[in-house]
Design a binder for this molecule. Sequence first.
Ligand code: FEO
Length: 398
Amino acid sequence: MHNFRKITENLYNIGANDRRITMFENAHPVPRGMSYNSYLLLDEKTVLLDGVDNAIIEQFWQNLTAVLDGRQLDYLVINHLEPDHCHPIPELLRRYPGLTIVANKKAFTMLDQFYEVELEGRMLEVKEGDQLQTGKHNLTFYFAPMVHWPEVMVTYDSTSKILFSADAFGTFGATDGKMFADQYKFEEEYLPEVRRYYASIIGKYGRNVNNLFDKIADLDIKMFCTLHGPIWRQDLHLILDKYRQWASYIPEERGVVIAYGTVYGNTALAAEILANKLADGGVENIRVYDVTSTHPSYILSDCFRFDRIVFASATFNAEIFPYMETLLLELKAHNLSNRTVAVVENGSWALSSGKKMREILDQMKDITVLEQTLSIKSSLKGPDVEALEELAKALLAA
Ligand code: FEO
C-alpha cells in the first residue's frame, strides 16, 4: 500500500520512516528512528530528486508507482550519492528505460564505484549553475562539496522557490506524521536532534556550509526540502540562524559541559563537586556526562551548543581513559573550536591523562585551556577541594 505525501500541487515526498534502525551510518544512535525523503515532481517531465535507503525500499516502490500512475520516469537528480539515498538507482534504470540521470561528474564517478550500472546514453552531467527545464519548472544546480560528501549539490526550483538541500537542514529521527518543521515545537521537539545531526554529520565542514550559504544568499527560497526529517516552509531563519552559528563554531549560549571518565568513581566525584560549585556560582546550563555511558554524539552536540567544557579523566594504562580519548578525538575530528576548556586528571601510579588530553586539545583550533587544573592522586583530599574551587572560579570568569 502506498503512503506518500503531497507537498505542493505537483510535488510529492515518496520517502518513508525506518523505526527499526538503531545506529544511523552504523555510527550514530537514532533512538527515534530515521526518515528518508525522496521527492517526485510531476511536470511535463517527471523528475525524482534523490532516492532512499534500502531499509524502506518496498515503501518507496509502492509510492513511486502510485504517484507516477502509469507515467514513465524521465529524470533522476542525484544531489547526494551516499547509499542512504541511492539504493534504488540500479532498479530505477531497469524499470524506466527512458530515465536519464542528472548528476555532476563526482557523483557519476561515485555511482560507478558503488553500483554496476550501464549509463551509456543515460547521463546528463551538470556543472555549477546549469539549469534544467522540465516543463513549467526550472531547476538550477549549485554545488555544495562536503555538505556532507564531495559530490553534494543542491537543486533550486525557481518556479516553486524550493531548495532541495540534500543532507543540509536534515535531522535524526523519524517524522511523526507531521511533514513540516513548523508542526513541531522547535526548542523541545526539533532542536536537540537537529543539533546532534548537524554536529555528527556536517559539523566538520563549517567552512563548506558557509560557502553554500554565500552561493544561495540571493535566491528567493520559500521551502527547504531536506533528505532527512521535516520540510521547512516557514520561519526559515530559525534553522538558518542555527546553521550559521554552528558553521562558524560560535557557541549558541553560555554553559558548561563536564565530561568525565572514571574507573572507581573518584574522578566522577570531582566532576560532581565542580558542577555543584558552578551551579552555586550561578551557571544555569550545566551538563554532566559519564563518557562510558553516553554516546559521544550527545556530548559533541552539547559542545557545539555551549561555550565551556571540562574534561576529567582517570589515567588508564598510562593513557587517557579510553572513552574520554574517543570523545576528544571526536571533537577534534569535527573541528570543534572557539571554546574554553579545563582539564582534570586522576592517577594512582602514572598520572598522565592530563598531559595527554592537552596534547589532543593543543591540536584543535582556538581552544583556550585554562591554567587552573586539578591532579588527583587516586581520591580527593582536602587540598583538592581548594583546587576545584579555583577551577570553578576560573570557569565562571571565562
Ligand atoms: Fe543522508 Fe550524507 O547522507
